[in-house]
Design a protein around this ligand. Structure first.
Ligand SMILES: [Fe+2]
Length: 444
């Protein structure tokens, strides 16, 4: 019997990972953090002030500080390694603009602090771990995973070189995948259940919602499909844009997605890190913001899915006869098996985006492909708390951002499988085009 409705927001299940497994996860995340930062010059480590990025050097210290704050200081009552560390790296108290003007340790000092915290975390694990402490390891590892992804898109934002040592395998061409699938209506329990292990506060808890039948695309919108909108003067046609979207477009004088270059000799190109490459027509469009997704939909006679529709299409199943949704949730779109490179482009599985017909092994029960990995998918939904919300110990994770962000689902190529669970709710303001986001659409 599903008793998840009896859970209170304060209950905090964990991954159940053993001390050895947590140690391996810590080292895996740290390997990625180092691959994404070691080759940067000192100038690149600080970078120019921008509203949408942190100085990389600050971000590195902040990741280690977060580990130390929750696993060593909070859970194990240890004294801080650096006395004034909260004044440097506590993101809740160090204003964004200030992060360029702190007396930060240099590169060697910062990596040294990271290594010292990791050593202490491993020492603590070696003494065994209880559930209360495991929760904070789960949290801090996922926090580093999120910064790994941010470091990857910051390299694109800042025109750094492509990362070295991650995503070595090149996916074969796969082509286009058109058409919609039908998802029946019924009751959908939106959100996470305690059976999923560690979850963030904003996913608590699964609750019944009523869903009307809908049709959703088998694949995300591709570069070729988005280019048709650009070539149709979509960025100049006011009628395709909401008032807020048009204000954004006017302000930026946007004519095409942020990294695309003007079409020349019939070929679309885009900046990829510091090089300019031809756009692959059947790869999903990426680096488009919510306003651009919304405008494309209006032009195409489509709409974005709600997060409820997205989740039901990803992990729901049809009841016998197919006329309504079953009261079941798959762990992953393809079933129970942990993700591999046959299911999803996650965790730097490939060195580029997989074309939309690829990874058929990851199809959902309804035949939706690539719901997990490759690109995050904007949904129509505002980022709002579920009924009964109460913040978890890291209080600033969700609460400050409700009502001003849009929900994205599904993870991307740079997201860890720990984060990219189907019920995970990512959130960004609708003007952000620097994150690894695309979108999939529904029929009107
Ligand atoms: Fe953070």
């Amino acid at each position: 019997m599903d008793r998840s409705h009896e859970l209170t927001g304060r209950q905090r299940p964990t991954s159940g990972a053993s001390a050895d497994e947590l140690g391996a996860q810590l080292r895996e995340a740290r390997h990625r953090t180092r691959c994404l930062t070691e080759d940067l010059s000192s100038a690149e480590l600080m970078g120019a002030y921008r509203e949408i990025v942190n100085p990389v050097l600050w971000e590195l210290g902040h990741v280690a500080w977060f580990h130390e704050y929750w696993t060593l200081r909070h859970a194990a009552q240890q004294a801080p390694l650096i006395e004034h560390c909260d004044r440097l790296w506590d993101s809740s108290n160090v204003a964004h603009r200030t992060r360029w003007h702190l007396e930060l340790p240099d590169r060697a000092g910062t990596y040294g602090y990271m290594a010292a915290v990791l050593d202490r975390q491993e020492d603590l694990l070696a003494r065994g771990i209880d559930d209360a402490t495991r929760y904070f390891y789960d949290l801090a590892i996922r926090h580093e995973d999120m910064h790994v992804e941010a470091l990857a898109y910051m390299r694109q934002t800042s025109s750094n070189a492509p990362p070295v040592g991650l995503g070595q395998s090149t996916p074969p061409p796969a082509g286009a995948l058109s058409g919609d699938v039908a998802v029946p209506g019924g009751t959908w329990r939106l959100g996470s259940t305690a059976a999923e292990g560690f979850v963030f506060d904003n996913e608590k808890w699964a609750h019944a919602t009523v869903l009307a039948p809908f049709r959703i695309a088998r694949a995300p919108v591709t570069n070729a499909e988005f280019a048709a909108f650009v070539e149709n003067s979509g960025y100049r046609a006011r009628e395709f844009w909401s008032a807020a979207g048009w204000a954004w477009r006017e302000n930026r004088q946007a004519e095409r997605p942020v990294y695309w270059q003007a079409k020349r000799d019939g070929v679309w190109t885009a900046r990829h890190y510091r090089a300019v490459e031809e756009l692959r027509p059947h790869a999903p469009v990426i680096f488009v913001n919510w306003f651009e997704a919304e405008a494309w939909c209006r032009w195409a006679g489509r709409r974005l899915p709600s997060e409820t529709e997205w989740e039901a299409a990803a992990i729901g199943e049809p009841a016998a006869g197919g006329t309504r949704l079953r009261d079941t949730r798959r762990r992953w779109p393809w079933g129970e098996a942990a993700p591999t490179a046959a299911h999803a482009n996650l965790g730097f599985a490939f060195d580029r985006l997989v074309e939309v017909a690829g990874l058929a092994g990851g199809d959902s029960a309804f035949g939706c492909r690539q719901m997990i990995g490759n690109v995050w998918e904007w949904t129509a939904s505002d980022f709002l708390p579920f009924a009964g919300f109460s913040p978890d110990p890291y209080e600033d994770y969700s609460q400050p951002w409700f009502g001003t962000r849009k929900v994205l689902r599904g993870g991307c190529w740079a997201t860890s499988a720990r984060i990219a669970r189907p019920a995970y709710r990512n959130f960004f303001t609708p003007d952000r085009s620097d994150v690894f986001a695309g979108f999939r659409t529904c029929a009107l």
